[in-house]
Design a protein around this ligand. Structure first.
Ligand code: GDP
Ligand code: IMO
Ligand code: MG
Length: 424
């Protein structure tokens, strides 16, 4: 059976966690394929909010298997905290959580290196979540990394020590005045490693292959968003993994011809956290309203998210590189009350009108060209059926579907699991 993918199409935080949770009832296996604890996926049900960082968003469903794939990077310390929270809620994760032996481990010194690298960049900093993501993927591609499967080998501690001492010299080299107590960090790390070792490690590509043969349904859950992809995002202001559809092939071992539906998630407007270009960013009252009504604060770092109008040029690009087959529009409820809405439908690029995402989208090269729409005033948050949606919202949706040539099959009208409208 083909593997379906669910991916963020913007700069992350589109609402992936919520929709994975909603869709889990249709799947046997939910699998993360890239990223790590830089992700913060929020789920809301029964009046309670849950934030997951590394653990797939199907974990609250009894009968789903949740797999952390080879493409993910795991910080045992953060992972342990996530497990502790699940245990408090009587979630029997030992039964349903599987970890790929090929997933790489974030060491305490990876986090320190992230901080040192950012400090050394000054104003040019990426705005990293400082979870050690970049340095860990650098060690992976540099062929120095430590993987989950190494924890089963007799010499893993020696390898840990060798890599850590190399990192310490690198931190010194940055001369970024990072203060740390390695011994304290290592005590916490070693405790967390023991907890990680109590979970089930598997050869995940074989597991995924057999599951497909047995007609098990699999949903691959993306982290971050397409515009943060290491190749296709707004480099260098990106994360260090392939967040796009191809990342699911390398991050799980799924063959390209085994990909089924590609669910693309986007907000009805745009947000970004961290540095980097953002053509439709708003610095006015409208942006402040989006931030306030949408509670736009990072689920991992608590940083305020930058807000702006929907950028259809960027969205179309994301649909293209991912081969999106169905769209899901989130947070339409946040736009209730705007008299006029704007959608960026083209860019003015060095004096020319273009409709594709160019190499440079910095402010000095690109300015957005907007199409305006009537807003709606109705509160969407209590609506549960597509027939209730206001006419102006339907027009907004129809326009996007026509421009993107992909149907919008879910309209989300609030953070709760129940606030989800299925269209068509
Ligand atoms: P993810 O990283 O893609 O899983 O998204 P985050 O959890 O980081 O950010 C999405 C935020 O929006 C969370 O606080 C969600 O609870 C919230 N959210 C999701 N869908 C909706 C929606 O349709 N309306 C509103 N108002 N909030 C939503
Ligand atoms: P989810 O899965 C939003 C951003 C950071 C920074 C850049 C690089 O919740 O959508 P990194 O820590 O990866 O080195 O940071 O990427 N970033 C995210 N922004 N949502 C995320 O994940 C993000 N993960 C990383 O803010 O700009
Ligand atoms: Mg998030």
């Amino acid at each position: 059976m083909a593997v379906d993918l669910l991916l963020g199409l913007q700069w992350g935080d589109e609402g992936k966690g919520k929709i994975v949770d909603v869709l889990t009832k249709n799947y046997n296996i939910i699998a993360r394929f890239q990223g790590g604890p830089n992700a913060g996926h929020t789920l809301v049900f029964n009046g309670k909010k849950h934030v997951l960082h590394t653990i797939p968003s199907g974990i609250f469903h009894d009968d789903a298997i949740n797999l952390v794939g080879n493409g993910v990077v795991i910080d045992p310390v953060i992972f342990k905290k996530e497990l502790d929270k699940l245990a408090e809620q009587d979630i029997d994760y030992k039964k349903s959580l599987l970890i790929s032996r090929k997933a790489h481990i974030i060491l305490p010194t990876h986090r320190l290196l992230d901080a040192a690298s950012e400090a050394s960049k000054g104003k040019a900093k990426i705005g990293s979540t400082l979870k050690g993501i970049g340095p860990t993927y650098m060690d992976k591609t540099g062929r120095n990394g430590i993987r989950v499967g190494d924890l089963e080998l007799a010499d893993w501690k020696e390898r840990y020590e060798a890599l850590t001492s190399k990192h310490v010299s690198m931190i010194d080299y940055y001369d970024a005045k990072i203060e740390y107590d390695l011994e304290e960090l290592e005590t916490e790390f070693c405790e967390a490693i023991e907890v990680l070792k109590s979970l089930t490690f598997i050869d995940s590509e074989e597991y995924v292959y057999q599951a497909q043969k047995e007609s098990k349904s699999i949903l691959a859950e993306g982290a971050q968003g397409s515009l943060l992809d290491i190749d296709f995002g707004t480099y260098p202001f990106v994360t260090s993994s392939n967040t796009t559809a191809a990342g699911a092939c390398t991050g799980l071992g799924v063959a390209p011809n085994q990909i089924g539906d590609v669910f693309g998630i986007f907000k009805a407007y745009t947000t970004r956290v961290g540095s980097g270009p953002f053509p439709t960013e708003l610095f006015d009252e409208d942006g402040a309203t989006m931030a306030k009504v949408g509670h736009e604060f990072g689920a991992t770092t608590g940083r305020p998210r930058r807000c702006g109008w929907l950028d259809l040029v960027a969205l179309k690009y994301a649909c293209q590189v991912n081969g999106v087959t169905q769209l899901m529009m989130m947070k339409g409820d946040v736009l209730s009350g705007f008299k006029t809405l704007k959608v960026c439908t083209a860019y003015n690029y060095k004096g020319e009108t273009i409709k594709h995402l160019p190499y440079n989208i910095e402010e000095e090269n690109v300015s957005p060209i907007y199409t305006e729409f009537n807003g709606w005033s109705e509160d969407l948050t209590k609506m549960s059926d597509a027939s209730e949606l206001p006419a102006a919202l339907n027009e907004y949706i129809s326009f996007l579907e026509k421009e993107l040539e992909i149907p919008i099959t879910i309209v989300s009208v609030g953070p709760d699991r129940e606030q989800t409208i299925f269209k068509n």
